[in-house]
Write a protein of this length. Structure first.
Length: 249
């Protein structure tokens, strides 16, 4: 083989490899967008039901369950395709989200049981609404469903958004993220489902917003520390694939 042919073959191989890499990057970027879309389904279910767009039972069956399956499939695909940034982002969110939400619940339960700062148990309410037992009251199954959705599904969903959008920022940056989530919650139609206590729950006095912000502060602290310590990608995944070196610190 003459030198010119060898050089041409090398160039063709390099172009082919570059093209494949670009396709993989686009694939991971599209998959990331799909995961983010799926992550928004469960948190928005409560808001959509409170706004009268349908029942939580309907949204759980035909929106949340498919979203969970979609994330599971994309996680498997990411593992098989070597999309390490997306795969490890999902894994760290699956760990950090439930742990952070468990911390949130400790504060919320104390506020509810000790200081009567909440109108009721959010997970139990979600459980009876998802299982269509609002008029019958909670049972073991509705409690399992409600707590699972709140701790595992919602917790991971909010963590996914944080990890995939912001990468691995400093731990304290999860605090304004958590406070933003708390604020949106307290001005959303969900407040009408909590007994019509009004925006920020002011019908119950300052105890409600104080409890909500304290609970989400704990959520932010746990989420921020875990992601800052163990997440692998320092820059946001979308920034990496759009060839923009975003500053995460």
């Amino acid at each position: 083989m003459d030198p010119e042919t060898t050089v041409e073959s090398a160039r063709s191989g390099a172009h082919l490899a570059c093209g494949r890499l670009q396709i993989e990057r686009i694939g991971e970027l599209v998959a990331t967008g799909m995961v983010l879309a799926a992550a928004g389904v469960s948190p928005l279910m409560f808001v959509a039901a409170a706004a009268g767009y349908g029942s939580m039972n309907f949204f759980a069956k035909f929106a949340v369950v498919p979203a969970i399956l979609a994330v599971a499939v994309i996680t498997l695909v990411a593992r098989l395709r070597g999309w390490s940034r997306l795969y490890h982002g999902i894994v760290i969110a699956a760990i950090a989200g439930p742990l952070a939400t468990a911390g949130l619940e400790v504060v919320r339960v104390i506020g509810f049981r000790v200081f009567h700062a909440m109108p009721g148990s959010m997970p139990m309410l979600m459980g009876v609404l998802i299982t269509n037992r609002f008029l019958l009251g909670p049972n073991v199954w509705s409690d399992i469903v409600g707590w699972t959705d709140h701790i595992l599904v919602n917790g991971m969903s909010f963590a996914l958004v944080y990890v995939l959008v912001f990468g691995r920022p400093r731990w304290w940056k999860a605090l304004p993220y958590a406070w933003t989530v708390a604020t949106i919650f307290m001005i959303s139609p969900v407040m009408q489902m909590l007994g019509g206590i009004g925006e920020f729950g002011l019908a119950m006095g300052p105890r409600f917003p104080v409890t909500v912000y304290l609970a989400h502060t704990v959520f932010g602290l746990i989420l921020g520390v875990i992601v800052a310590r163990w997440a692998r990608a320092e820059e946001p995944l979308w920034a990496h694939h759009l060839m923009w070196r975003g500053r995460s610190r």
